[in-house]
Design a protein around this ligand. Structure first.
Ligand SMILES: [Cu+2]
Length: 70
């Protein structure tokens, strides 16, 4: 099981948080998602044998947000 933190731009309210929760949480292999608006972080627990960070990032981008490259 892997744990990663992404920085996501464009989240402004609880609705955005819910959108990301649904988009990322609905992916196969994602165990949990924790979104924090104050520091723009999205923390994901996922199974590396089922999904990867690129797939997760893509789902966030498709939902209308920007993943900041660190
Ligand atoms: Cu919003």
């Amino acid at each position: 099981m892997a744990n990663s933190v992404l920085t996501v731009d464009g989240m402004t309210c609880g609705h955005c948080v819910e959108t990301i929760n649904l988009a990322v949480g609905g992916l196969p292999g994602v165990n949990s998602v924790a979104v924090q608006l104050d520091n723009k972080s999205v923390t994901i627990d996922f199974d590396e044998s089922t999904t990867d960070l690129e797939t997760i990032s893509s789902s966030i981008i498709e939902a209308g947000f920007e993943v900041v490259q660190n």
